[in-house]
Design a protein around this ligand. Structure first.
Ligand code: CS2
Ligand code: MG
Length: 410
């Protein structure tokens, strides 16, 4: 019988090394520390308060080994279920408890999840540009680093700043979708122009970079179902690995129309956080990849349930991994990626170097894949003294408007 690991302290750490991160630290009576990521980009303090004011008092004195029981307690006893704030809170606690259990076992977390099912997790990098020349340089940079899968985002001629396109001078992809302070920046949007232009980008990319490289694209929820169907069909000759968030998918039934009209693989779900969000998409095989993250979908326990359900329908994982998932969330994702059978791909948008001053990670990149490393637990250490140098800085996500000023999906 395992001796209990009684929870003695629960701390919520908010810091902004290059961008805001909310980290949960759970400490046991014996001084074993577990970390969890609770970063909800643009709404960070809502999660921090939920954790600090409502959850921390419930955790003190519990046995950290009882992960499933604690998950169910936080999910059911709150009464108010699901949603990004609640599920990010549960996620952070879940990650921290898995971290503690694996540290106590002296094993990297993936061993406790069933052991490695592969050598590493295939990742995709981001490439972007204000025009095709810049995009070409960006793709060449990623391929030179050893990446085999690249997401392409490019400015549409005649449209201003838009999602996923990094600053022209940034060199390495450095899209920061918010000013570091102040209110939302507004971006313009014109679906007709985008739909006319995008297929030519992928035609160019295939001619330039050949058939082997895996190419992805994110439509970031901006299309109607019929527009999404047309885009998927127009992109078919260029063999995308996936087309992401082609519609908002809040009405999952609308994906039936997209599916009937295109065989371009579809990935959806970075804003979703529960099994209920995915049920119809999975049962009707309306998607090919589940895009949820460990950080927003109830942790390792929550996301694994969704992935296991998806596996019954030959749907694979494609975990969300932008820089607003902290290095703790990234590490957790990699342990799960390594262990599950229906792994597809992992997004990898490298953190800025400043983040590395606060989070020391053990994951490593090799031959287009990430491996979580073999340090006990998640393999991440948090430097609180370094974090003190980077106080929380309010930052908003942009807003999108159509040419006539109508608010649109961002
Ligand atoms: C995204 C994100 O990585 C992605 O595919 O769509 O960049 C997303 O915009 C951010 O996570 C929002 O916080
Ligand atoms: Mg996305």
């Amino acid at each position: 019988m395992t001796s209990p690991a009684t929870i003695r302290a629960v701390d919520v750490l908010v810091a902004s090394p290059s961008r805001n991160f909310v980290t949960l630290r759970v400490t046991t009576d014996d001084g074993v520390v577990g970390l969890g990521d609770a970063t909800l980009n643009g709404r960070e303090l809502a999660v921090a308060s939920y954790l600090r004011d409502h959850v921390a008092p419930l955790l003190i004195g519990l046995d950290a080994h009882r992960i499933e029981d604690t998950w169910q307690l936080l999910y059911r006893s709150a009464y108010w279920r699901r949603g990004p704030v609640t599920m990010s809170v549960i996620a952070a606690v879940d990650m921290a408890l898995w971290d503690i259990k694996a540290r106590l076992a002296g094993m990297p977390l993936y061993q406790l999840l069933g052991g490695a099912s592969r050598e590493g997790a295939l990742v995709y990098a981001h490439a972007s540009g204000a025009d095709l020349d810049e995009l070409g340089d960006s793709i060449r940079g990623r391929l030179a680093e050893g990446h085999r899968a690249v997401r392409l985002q490019v400015a549409v001629p005649g449209m201003g700043a838009m999602y996923g396109v990094g600053a022209a001078t940034a060199g390495r992809y450095a899209y920061e979708p918010a000013k570091r302070a102040g209110l939302s920046v507004e971006e313009g949007w014109d679906s007709a122009r985008y739909l006319r232009y995008l297929p030519s980008v992928f035609e160019w990319a295939r001619a330039e970079f050949g058939a082997e490289v895996m190419l992805l694209h994110d439509a970031h929820h901006r299309l109607t179902p019929i527009q999404a169907a047309r885009l998927g069909r127009d992109l078919e000759p260029y063999d995308l690995f996936w087309l992401e968030d082609c519609t908002p998918a809040e009405n999952p039934e609308s994906l039936r129309l997209v599916r009937r009209n295109t065989v371009t693989p579809l990935a959806i779900g970075e804003v979703m956080n529960s099994m209920e969000d995915f049920r119809l998409l999975i049962q009707e095989q309306l998607i090919d990849y589940v895009r949820a993250s460990v950080t927003h979908a109830g942790g390792i326990t929550g996301l694994r349930r969704i992935f296991d359900f998806a596996a019954q329908y030959q749907i694979k994982s494609g975990s969300h991994g932008p820089t607003d998932i902290s290095p703790v969330g990234m590490a957790a994702a990699l342990h799960l990626d390594l262990a599950i059978h229906n792994f597809g791909i992992q997004e990898y948008m490298e953190h800025q170097p400043l983040a590395g001053e606060v989070f020391r990670t053990s994951y490593r990149f090799e031959r287009g894949m990430l491996h979580p490393g073999d340090a006990p637990g998640l393999g991440v250490e948090y430097d609180e003294a370094a974090a003190a140098r980077f106080p929380y800085t309010p930052a908003y996500l942009p807003a999108a408007r159509l040419v006539d000023g109508t608010v649109h999906d961002w």
